[in-house]
Ligand binder design. Structure first.
Ligand code: GLY
Ligand code: MN
Ligand code: MN
Length: 350
């Protein structure tokens, strides 16, 4: 079944206005910054302005393309298009439309009932199609290749900034992009799970955490590796091994039908054996796709199903000492989780 058919099958409202750019891309293939899709029981209309007329014609195959240009205003054009389609009840993406936008839609669409339709396209995006898994595999492979490229450059005295730049340049040189601004944090700074790179230079005895990913054909990779500079203490090793055991146990336990919450708990139980569970403050993982935190985001709220692509990223963060996270991306097959990221997970001392 194509994406449009799936949308029509799951949507409780016969006509829906899709405005979230990622959802628009997912449904139509359009990669520009301004476009809206209207899907009714029998029609699919794509609305954009003259800047994107040629691009939309190439990308939105099978869509009835409607474009406007100045001095016509976008909202007026959208209103006239909806009127032309004879729609009297229109679902809208209430989980992303701002209050102000909703207010102006309501003002413009007199005679059309606007019905909240949160997460309809997002639910479809959770289960990846084979072509999406293929794109995610390529994003993960490029992410792994970047790690291999980066490793010899990770040395004492190199700054976090320099390593972050290496990551970004590497992806750009390969015609890809960063899926998100990378995290490079060292020493005590590695206790910040989402710290940003700084001018701090790596020092002997630092934990250094790298969290980064390539975006390839719109799809995101997301990996974390933690290394130690110079020499690993017993504490480094205990923390690293506990986090790695937690990661491996979670991946082993994942299979269709299992609750994400159970897997999340299992990862915490492993850390608890070492008295470290209190230092793991975030969720175990999230859905991965066109967004790095794909829709719907958190692992804890889902039942795992075949075709999902999820991250597994336990971590231990101790203020004043440092932190360690190890993250892999997995695709769920009928038999269990298969890792898309393949970089080695043994503790590296560099
Ligand atoms: N870099 C964000 C995450 O791993 O979720
Ligand atoms: Mn990450
Ligand atoms: Mn992640």
């Amino acid at each position: 079944m194509g994406r449009l058919e799936k949308l029509r099958a799951v949507s409780e409202i016969p006509s829906i206005l899709v405005t979230d750019p990622t959802n628009v891309r997912y449904l139509t293939g359009f990669t520009g910054s301004f476009g809206q899709a209207i899907v009714t029981e029998t029609r699919q209309v794509f609305v954009t302005d003259s800047r994107y007329r040629i691009q939309a014609g190439e990308q939105c195959l099978g869509w009835d393309l409607r474009t406007f240009q100045a001095p016509i205003k976008g909202l007026d054009f959208l209103r006239d298009t909806v009127k032309d389609l004879g729609v009297s009840r229109l679902g809208f993406e209430s989980d992303s439309v701002t209050y102000d936008r909703w207010d102006s839609l309501k003002g413009a669409f007199s005679g059309v009932e606007l019905v909240p339709a949160p997460g309809v396209v997002g639910k479809l995006r959770m289960i990846k199609e084979p072509s999406e898994i293929e794109a995610l595999s390529r994003a993960c492979a490029l992410t792994d290749a970047c790690w291999e490229y980066l490793r010899p450059k990770i040395q004492a005295n190199v700054s976090e900034y320099d390593l972050a730049l290496e990551i970004e340049f590497y992806f750009r040189r390969q015609g890809a992009q960063e899926a998100f601004s990378c995290i490079v944090v060292s020493g005590e700074r590695s206790a910040r799970p989402h710290g940003t790179p700084s001018d701090k230079r790596l020092q002997h005895g630092d934990f250094v955490t790298f969290d980064f990913g390539a975006k390839v054909d719109g799809y995101c990779g997301d990996i974390t590796r933690t290394v130690v500079i110079g020499e690993a203490s017993a504490r480094h090793k205990e923390i690293y091994d506990a986090v790695n055991e937690s990661r491996a146990a979670a991946i082993d336990a994942m299979r269709p039908g299992k609750l994400g919450l159970e897997v999340d708990q299992l990862s915490r139980d492993v850390l608890a054996k070492y008295g470290l569970d209190g230092y793991f403050g975030h969720g175990l993982g999230h859905s991965l796709g066109l967004q790095v935190h794909d829709s719907p985001s958190g692992m804890r709220d889902i039942e795992i199903a075949e075709g999902m692509v999820l991250t597994v990223e336990p971590g231990v963060y101790i203020e004043g000492f440092g932190g360690c996270r190890i993250e892999d991306d997995v695709v769920l097959r009928a038999s269990g989780a298969e890792c898309l990221t393949k970089s080695p997970r043994e503790l590296l001392i560099l």
